[in-house]
Design a protein around this ligand. Structure first.
Ligand code: FES
Ligand code: FES
Length: 159
């Protein structure tokens, strides 16, 4: 066992866990943050994406101990209190959530893209979305949501 201190959504969580525990299991089983999903457990589907030091990473193929001294943001840390992030708002407005299983990862990747580039090309949005498998295949509405969120963010920033 190893004692880990992980900074998740701005809160330090200290747990004694096997050194081989993945970050995904740490989040879901040790901390109870079940918004991050396990779609394949093998680095294929993208559903387990979280932000590590502001970059999207797959938590199912990362050890929890590798995330020590990093800032970890999960889907639970994306909204600001009761205020949804524009990407979350747009996903709801555009009907881009079907079963919702891929939604946390889609949102994490969308937030990363749009926080760095609020005027993305069609191709950049498609690339962003392609990082996650949506079994409900609602890719068109997710794409529309990303463009709508970009527009909201441009308006908020530049008027
Ligand atoms: S659960 Fe991590 S990539 Fe599928
Ligand atoms: S909404 Fe069901 S997997 Fe994407």
């Amino acid at each position: 066992m190893k004692i880990l201190n992980l900074n998740i959504n701005g809160v330090i969580h200290t747990k004694a866990v096997p050194a081989t525990m993945t970050l995904l299991d740490f989040l879901r089983e040790e901390v109870g943050l079940t918004g991050t999903k396990n779609g394949c457990d093998s680095g294929e589907c993208g559903c387990c994406t979280v932000m590590i030091d502001s970059k999207p990473m797959l938590s199912c193929i990362m050890l929890a101990l590798e995330a020590e001294r990093c800032d970890i943001t999960t889907i639970e840390g994306i909204a600001n209190g009761n205020d949804l992030h524009p990407v979350q708002e747009a996903m709801v407005e555009k009907g881009a959530i079907q079963c919702g299983y891929c939604t946390p990862a889609m949102v994490i990747n969308g937030v990363h893209l749009l926080e760095n580039n609020d005027n993305p090309s069609e191709t950049q949005v498609k690339e962003c979305i392609s990082a996650t498998v949506c079994r409900c295949t609602g890719y068109n509405s997710i794409e529309k949501a990303m463009h709508s969120a970009a527009s909201k963010m441009r308006k908020a920033r530049h008027g």
